[in-house]
Design a protein. Structure first.
Length: 150
């Protein structure tokens, strides 16, 4: 039991680290000049407006969905009365989906920032990264969420 809990937490921490490494990788690529399209669409007002709107809407949908949807799923997992192993698999699956939901505005915001030099896009990426701090996985949190007694 303890081994499966540690394995689940390791998987969750790995997924969380991937989000931050992806963001840092894109930033390093953009700042080092490896991103050859930096500022390519900065002078096209229509493209900038459209892209900013998409990134803002993506952030406005994904961040609350990632934070609230997980609470509903946690309640469903604990109320149904399924086995601990199944509940843990569901928990890991939905935690991974939550990280993916948070990575969408982060990656889109950073990429669009470098394409359009738009501070609105980088702000959306920062919102996604800040929201991910509420999702830091830990063994204590997993046990609390799944109501596992030690």
């Amino acid at each position: 039991m303890e081994e499966s809990i540690r394995q689940a937490v390791t998987t969750l921490k790995r997924n969380f680290a991937y989000l931050w490494f992806a963001a840092l990788f894109i930033i390093i690529l953009g700042e080092s000049g490896g991103f050859s399209l930096t500022g390519a669409y900065a002078d096209n007002v229509k493209v900038v407006y459209f892209t900013e709107t998409i990134v803002i809407l993506l952030t406005a949908c994904c961040v609350p969905a990632a934070l609230k949807l997980f609470a509903w799923i946690k309640k469903k997992i604990t109320d149904v009365g399924i086995s601990i192993d199944t509940a843990m698999r569901e928990y890991v699956t939905w935690s991974s989906i939550r990280v993916v939901l948070l990575s969408l505005p982060v990656v889109a915001g950073i990429v669009c920032y470098y394409l359009m030099q738009s501070t609105s896009c980088i702000l959306c990426a920062c919102i996604g990264l800040t929201a991910s701090l509420f999702c830091v996985p830990s063994e204590k949190q997993l046990k609390k969420d799944l109501m596992i007694d030690t």
